[in-house]
Structure formats: C-alpha cells, structure tokens
Design a protein around this ligand. Structure first.
Ligand SMILES: Cc1cc2nc3c(=O)[nH]c(=O)nc-3n(C[C@H](O)[C@H](O)[C@H](O)COP(=O)(O)OP(=O)(O)OC[C@H]3O[C@@H](n4cnc5c(N)ncnc54)[C@H](O)[C@@H]3O)c2cc1C
Length: 296
C-alpha cells in the first residue's frame, strides 16, 4: 500500500528504520532483525541508503524482502548527491520491478573523505529536484522527504530552511519524516511553523532511543540535534553502564512518544539502529495508548 493512504486510514502511523549491513557483511545478517521487527506489525519499515552508494544494492534487496516476503510496506531511502540522473532512473525502475512504490527522496550528506562536485549537472542537486523528477515520471509512487525541526545544519537560517522545505513539499512530497530530536518542544514549534506556511502534510516524528553514548554523541555532532539537560544527565551518569543506559534510553524515548501521541502527532518513526529488542520494549510500553487512539 502507498504510505500516504495509511495517514487517511489511521490516526497514528508507526514505522521503523533499519540500515543495510556494512559493505563487507553478508545481507543475511539482517534477516533476523527484519523478522523480529515485522512481528511488531509496524505500518512500514524504511531502509536507509548509503550516501556513497556502498549499500545501494542492499537497500533495494532489503526493501524488496520487507515488501514481498514479510508483507510489510517498505520505504526505500534514495539519495542523489553521488548518483547520476541515469543511475537514479535505473534504481527507481528496479524498485518498481520489486513492487516497492514508496521512496524517501533525499539529497544525502557530503562524504567525509571524498570531494564531491556540487552542484553537478549530471546529478539532481537538492532533494526537491529528485522528488520532482520521480513524481513527474512515476505518478503512481508515494514520495516522502526529510525535515529538520531544529533546522538543517548547512542552512544559514531556520527561516530559509523552512522556505526550502516548502519548495520540497510543493515538488511532490506526500509526507515528511523528521530528523531525530530529544526535546519535543522543537517538534511542536516546527509544526506551528508549517501551519503558518499552510503546509498541510503529515509529519512523522523521528525518535532515536539512546542506548550507546559514543554512538549518540557522534550522530548528534553530525545532525546538530540539541541535548536537553534531562537527557545529558542520563548520558553522563550511565554512559559507561550499558544496561542502565539502555533502560534509561528506552524510558526517555517512551516518555517522548507518549507526549507526542497525547499531542496528536500523525506518526512516529523509530530509528531502531537494527536493535529489534529495543523497538519491542518501546512498542510494549505504548501499545495500550496506540490501541486507545485507534479506537477513537
Ligand atoms: C528521516 C531521515 C532519513 C535519512 N536517511 C538517509 C539515508 O538513508 N542516507 C543518507 O545518506 N542520508 C540520510 N539522511 C540524511 C540526509 O541525507 C542529510 O540530512 C542531508 O544533509 C540532507 O538531505 P535532504 O534530503 O534533507 O536535503 P535537501 O532537502 O536537499 O536540503 C539540503 C540543504 O540544502 C538546502 N536547500 C534545499 N533546497 C535548496 C535550494 N533550492 N537552494 C539552496 N539551498 C537549498 C536545505 O535548506 C538544506 O540545508 C536522512 C535524514 C533524515 C531526516
């Protein structure tokens, strides 16, 4: 099913994000993860796409597996920064052949150790260009895009980032998934700003349960998410005690999600980091709340 239709059918859409195994690991190392996540019956599972193209084939194969073997709708991420327009067209055709009709259109991040020509006439420049192209040539696809409640790191001003997002939505985005945030107020302010721009589009809140201090500090330095005092205390106090950090991280994410659900958000997108046991615990915590919301 196209993901955009799920927003009409359900009060809250819940999804999980997974990433393909590293370049040298065999693809089967992710099968158990998918199986366990599929058991939790998410509305869809999204599969990330390596900016350098390393996991390009894995993304397609895994999205196809999610869609066709596990019968869970798959959302394939697709980045355009390092792929030519011809390569993008071939990937979209391949996804179509595999019965995957949901794409998250992204520009991608600049690789750390490689110079990239930007802009490059052989490539789509921004996610909005990629979206427009796919939507015009494949009107039957459902297209998602990324959004940044605290603003995208590269953008000179928050206001300009919002205007760029407006272009992205008008280029054919059917829904948005947010960058992770640890203070819900940023997300609520962001929704108000979208409303002021008359951008009436479902926005899924991206939630990252934190279970590894080093990993989260690296991710935060790359994406610029703010760390509230309450969250910093957890990292400082339990950062070197994995079991305690995991318990506190799951509890923090659960609290965030309950507040978001109580405020009527359209969707929750869980960055699972390929750890189904964590998704399982969070889903158990929020199951009665989701049930009550859907019963309305
Ligand atoms: C939910 C989610 C999933 C992600 N999945 C992946 C993944 O699978 N693989 C991966 O490599 N990365 C992924 N990323 C990271 C993403 O690729 C980076 O954040 C990247 O830096 C921006 O991608 P974008 O699609 O948001 O870019 P864009 O929307 O193109 O925006 C990039 C920057 O350009 C600015 N901009 C946009 N349009 C214009 C314009 N016309 N003129 C001037 N400036 C403009 C924006 O304000 C922003 O600062 C993901 C991010 C999110 C939030």
């Amino acid at each position: 099913m196209l993901i955009k239709n799920k927003f009409n059918q359900k009060n809250t859409v819940v999804s999980f994000e997974i990433f393909p195994p590293k370049k040298d690991s065999p693809i089967h190392t992710i099968y158990k993860t998918i199986e366990e996540l599929a058991d939790l019956s998410p509305d869809f599972i999204s599969v990330t796409y390596g900016a350098g193209g390393a996991s390009h084939n894995h993304t397609i194969k895994i999205a196809s597996l999610v869609q066709n073997k596990y019968n869970i709708d798959a959302l394939a991420h697709l980045t355009c920064l390092t792929a030519t327009k011809d390569e993008i067209k071939a990937t979209v055709d391949e996804l179509k052949d595999q019965n995957v009709h949901n794409i998250l259109a992204l520009r991608g991040d600049f690789p750390e150790n490689k110079d990239v020509d930007f802009p490059n006439p052989l490539h789509f420049t921004y996610a909005s260009d990629l979206l427009k192209h796919i939507k015009e040539n494949n009107p039957d696809f459902c297209m998602g895009a990324a959004c940044y409640p605290e603003g995208h790191l590269e953008c000179k001003s928050y206001q300009q980032d919002l205007l760029n997002l407006q272009t992205k939505v008008k280029s054919g985005s059917d829904f948005l998934i947010s960058q992770m945030f640890f203070d819900n107020q940023y997300f609520y302010n962001f929704l108000t700003n979208l409303h002021c721009l008359s951008l009436d589009i479902p926005v899924m809140a991206g939630i990252m349960p934190v279970v590894n201090k080093k990993q989260i500090e690296k991710i935060v330095s790359l994406c610029g998410a703010s760390i509230p005092v309450k969250f910093r205390k957890i990292l400082d106090r339990y950062g070197d005690q994995p079991e305690a950090l995991q318990a506190a991280g799951i509890s923090y994410a659960t609290d965030q999600i309950i507040d978001l659900l109580s405020s009527g958000v359209r969707g929750i997108h869980l960055y699972t980091m390929n750890r189904p046991e964590i998704a399982k615990e969070i889903m158990r915590n929020i199951a009665p709340i989701l049930k009550s919301i859907e019963a309305r």
